[in-house]
Design a binder for this molecule. Structure first.
Ligand code: ADP
Length: 540
């Protein structure tokens, strides 16, 4: 067979050639703007040309601090297609972590949304490698800023060459993108994506047994483009000529519901906290969601109560998947097998709440204390994966030796696998509660609590215990209508029949809010500290 390289220019060129009329619908500070792929492709060439003129060379890193919108999409292609490396920066990291990753990646140019300029102004004195700042704005003039030298995105494009040609000798193994994990522990760790990895991962997203993204879809990535490349959806969508809806800055559940209704979105993707918010909006409002064929959910476990509320109450198909920054991200996805469609809804729900089966192209194993675990849905072990879109190391980081061993990535996630091959994430190794030599899954308890009608959110953490080493404590946020009305006892009575006695939390604490990470996941480290303080106060 021919050895043609799997590089990214072919993706945007396909949209340019075959889908020039298809649209990118972008919400910006000026409201909804519509662009055809013809326009996007032309602007992408111009951006690539502008970057070259600013001195960006092959292998140079170009950082972006931006929401999900058309300009960010242009950067997604202009940077790697010209041979540079797209470094998406998580805008919700602390200023210290933002300057750390910009210096660590050695970004040469930064593309910044105008409303995010203050974030960079705060740390500019610490930035060692940045030579130019480009501000993405809808206004004619640049905002007041101390950044220098600074350029106006649209003005750069005005002067750029629309006939810019992408180099045709890019190496498929060359870096195309990079992304830092959101630092749930320690400093963020960098992951570099190759052209080949991005192309093959995009292809996997198009398989009908995975997300099945296709030209017919109207896809709305809600998961930020600064988090694992919005799960790779923008890359796949452009390649396939899929209509894209980009929700832009500071969106609310109401806005998302309106966008889905107005633009007839067919597939959307985000973390559970986003979908909890949308559910609340759907319960209160009156929206037509009939266009949706899939709400793709990952990043944290989707509680059963949430899945059934989408499917049973609102008639919206739900798709649960698992992955991580290190895996591009898709690893397993919960699509039922044909013969499983005959099961009762309760049985199907059990499967949908698992994270699913391995996507084609990857290999996995589940390693317990005595080698690979039995496929019985019970024995727990750490998930290890390998394949063409799995990172092989962290970027210049000593953590590499811990996670990458013998050609496998050890995910740090404890899972079970059942006889059908469905993987269930039990916990992260560090969040698992080790009580008297046995393991308790915080995720299982959380999901059970979140299925209770009064509970808006619940997170379970370990607290140190003299006798048992660790014991679980549950933190619960009640829905507004139940505040002050639902008592601990009611939740205990609800949990009791579902779990062994020693699994039941030692305490249930009502909170106003669960602390979250920069991407909306429960921030267990901080929650553990909060809980510790509350418990100490109670003892005093
Ligand atoms: P970070 O590691 O910084 O939190 P990632 O987005 O890379 O950022 O997080 C990946 C982790 O999220 C996985 O290792 C796993 O623990 C968790 N995760 C992802 N998807 C799911 C899911 N569907 N169910 C449960 N946990 C999930």
């Amino acid at each position: 067979m021919m050895q043609t390289p799997l590089t990214m220019p072919q993706m945007i060129k396909r949209a340019e050639k075959f889908f020039p009329k298809k649209q990118v619908i972008s919400r910006t500070s000026k409201g909804i703007q519509r662009f055809t792929y013809k326009e996007i492709a032309l602007r992408t060439r111009k951006l690539a040309d502008s970057l070259q003129k600013l001195g960006v060379k092959r292998g140079d890193k170009v950082g972006t601090l931006a929401w999900n919108h058309h300009r960010h999409l242009e950067a997604y292609f202009a940077i790697p297609c010209s041979g540079a490396v797209l470094h998406t920066i998580n805008i919700r990291l602390s200023p210290h972590h933002i300057s750390f990753i910009i210096n660590h990646a050695e970004d040469k140019v930064l593309l910044i949304d105008s409303d995010l300029v203050p974030l960079i102004e705060k740390v500019q004195a610490e930035l060692k490698t940045v030579q130019a700042y480009i501000i993405m704005t809808d206004e004619k003039e640049l905002p007041e800023t101390t950044l220098s030298p600074v350029y106006h995105y649209e003005k750069l494009l005005l002067d750029a060459d629309a006939n810019y040609e992408y180099p045709d000798d890019l190496d498929e193994n060359a870096p195309a993108g990079m992304c830092y994990t959101s630092a749930t522990t320690g400093n963020p760790k960098g992951v570099v994506y190759s052209h080949r990895g991005i192309v093959l991962h995009s292809m996997a997203l198009g398989l009908s047994d995975t997300t099945g993204v296709s030209e017919k879809d109207i896809a709305m990535p809600v998961v930020p483009m600064f988090h694992v490349n919005a799960w790779g959806l923008p890359f796949a969508a452009v390649w396939f000529g899929t209509t894209l809806v980009m929700p832009g800055p500071y969106f609310t559940p109401k806005l998302l519901a309106e966008l889905i209704e107005q633009e007839k979105v067919t597939i959307t993707a985000g973390v559970p906290t986003i979908w909890l918010g949308l559910l609340k909006e759907l319960d209160e409002g009156n929206y037509d969601m009939s266009s949706l064929r899939a709400v793709l959910c990952g990043g944290a476990a989707a509680p059963k109560g949430m899945i059934s509320a989408f499917e049973q109450k609102h008639g919206i198909p739900f798709m649960h998947a698992y992955g991580m920054t290190e895996t591009s991200p898709i690893v397993v996805i919960s699509t039922l097998k044909s013969y499983q469609e005959e099961l009762s809804y309760e049985e199907k729900l059990d499967l949908k709440a698992k994270q699913g089966i391995l996507v084609p192209g990857l290999e996995m194993k589940v390693v317990g204390q005595n080698g690979e675990v039995k496929r019985d849905g019970k024995e727990m072990g750490e998930l290890a994966v390998r394949g063409p879109w799995i990172a092989s190391e962290y970027y210049k980081d000593e953590w590499t030796n811990e996670a990458f061993r013998d050609g496998w990535l050890y995910t740090g996630d404890v899972v079970t696998i059942d006889e059908e091959g469905f993987v269930k994430i039990v916990d992260r190794t560090k969040d698992l509660i080790k009580s008297g030599g046995e393991w308790i899954s915080s995720v299982d308890l959380e999901n059970a609590l979140m299925a209770h009608e009064a509970v808006f959110e619940a997170a379970v953490v370990a607290v140190p215990h003299e006798r048992w080493q660790e014991r679980p404590v549950a933190c619960v946020v009640l829905k507004d209508a139940f505040k002050g009305k639902t008592a601990k006892e009611e939740l205990y009575n609800y949990l009791q029949p579902q779990f062994a006695k020693w699994w039941l939390p030692d305490d249930i604490i009502f909170l106003e809010e669960i602390p979250k990470t920069s991407v909306g996941k429960f921030l267990k480290r901080e929650l553990r500290e909060q809980v510790q303080k509350i418990i100490c106060k109670k003892i005093k």
